[in-house]
Design a protein around this ligand. Structure first.
Ligand SMILES: CC(C)=CCC/C(C)=C/CC/C(C)=C/CC/C(C)=C/[C@@H]1[C@@H](COP(=O)(O)OP(=O)(O)O)[C@]1(C)CC/C=C(\C)CC/C=C(\C)CCC=C(C)C
Ligand SMILES: Nc1ncnc2c1ncn2[C@@H]1O[C@H](COP(=O)(O)OP(=O)(O)OP(=O)(O)O)[C@@H](O)[C@H]1O
Ligand SMILES: [Mn+2]
Length: 272
């Protein structure tokens, strides 16, 4: 998980804090994505949200919650993005179709944009930055959206096999595609044209996020830039697979991952 390698590049205090947030997010995702997902109910998510409120008030349930309690006592982290991620998991319990990009955007905000909002207070905004705080948070949000859109484009076949289509149905229809085309999983000219548009939009969100990275505290820029570049390369891998995201899982090879780190370091070292 390159978020992990990304956080290894941070100062120890920040690394521990991001790690605590990561673990909470991973456990939250596992509730609906993990092995026991079929038993999860909205009530279980309500209980998870109650635990979140307790740990924010300094009453952690276990040692992982305690790590997040420690983080929120050290950094000005707000509870709302965490609550919003739980709401995203409630959606994932029952919602398996998205009619429009607006609907999909909201879902991406809930499960991924929230991660950006959770982590900005830990990454820190550069003291000499001229950018407004709002614009930095918008860039963080954009990175979450970009990552989730990329995740969705990477997993079209995998999600279809679980009966889920996150791609906006109105855009599929405009491209002359139907749900059956997704379940059939054939790469056609229509599919390539549709995917080109989807990839182009995801890249726009990465571009917006990248502008904001330069306004983070200098010690946080490199790991965030490295993780941004790594995830964005999944889009290149989908293109390299001739848009076959039905049966091929696009991924970034070790060599490219390793190459991204020094490149991101050099880029992050350049003043904004
Ligand atoms: C250095 C760095 C990127 C730190 C962020 C670490 C962190 C707290 C990550 C949490 C990720 C997580 C487990 C979220 C739970 C929900 C979920 C699974 C979201 C999807 C992530 C991908 O997970 P995975 O690859 O495992 O997918 P599968 O579960 O296997 O299907 C998401 C695609 C979204 C993740 C979103 C981010 C990492 C956004 C990070 C944004 C920032 C660090 C903001 C940076 C600030 C600026 C100004 C750009
Ligand atoms: N439109 C909805 N709005 C909010 N919550 C919903 C909606 N549809 C379902 N849910 C919640 O998601 C939970 C699980 O979704 P699930 O698909 O199993 O139920 P469902 O969509 O109502 O379908 P069914 O009626 O066949 O169970 C439901 O128990 C319900 O609490
Ligand atoms: Mn997941």
């Amino acid at each position: 998980m390159f978020y992990v390698s990304g956080t290894q590049l941070m100062t120890p205090e920040r690394r521990k804090a991001v790690w605590a947030i990561y673990v909470w997010c991973r456990r939250t995702d596992e509730l609906v994505d993990g092995p026991n997902a079929s038993y999860i109910t909205p009530t279980a998510l309500d209980r998870w949200e109650k635990r979140l409120e307790d740990l924010f008030e300094g009453r952690p349930y276990d040692m992982y919650d305690a790590a997040l309690s420690d983080t929120v006592s050290k950094f000005p982290v707000d509870i709302q993005p965490f609550k919003d991620m739980v709401q995203g998991m409630r959606l994932d319990l029952w919602k398996s179709r998205y009619m429009t990009f607006d609907e999909l955007y909201l879902y991406c905000y809930y499960v991924a944009g929230t991660v950006g909002l959770m982590t900005v207070p830990v990454m820190g905004i550069a003291p000499d930055s001229k950018a407004s705080t709002e614009s930095v948070y918008n860039a963080a949000l954009a990175l979450g959206i970009a990552n989730q859109l990329t995740n969705i484009l990477r997993d079209v076949g995998e999600d279809a096999r679980r009966g889920r289509i996150y791609l906006p149905l109105d855009e599929l229809a405009q491209a002359g595609l139907t749900e059956e085309d997704i379940f059939r999983g054939k790469v056609t000219g229509k599919w390539r044209r549709f995917m080109k548009g989807q990839i182009q939009r995801a890249r726009l969100f990465f571009d917006e996020a990248e502008k904001g990275v330069t306004h983070l505290d200098s010690a946080s820029r490199w790991p965030v830039l490295a993780s941004l570049w790594l995830y964005r390369q999944i889009l290149d891998a989908i293109e390299a697979n001739d848009y076959n995201n039905f049966t091929k899982r696009a991924y970034v090879g070790k060599a490219k991952k390793l190459l991204s780190l020094p490149l991101a370091y050099a880029r992050a070292a350049v003043a904004p």
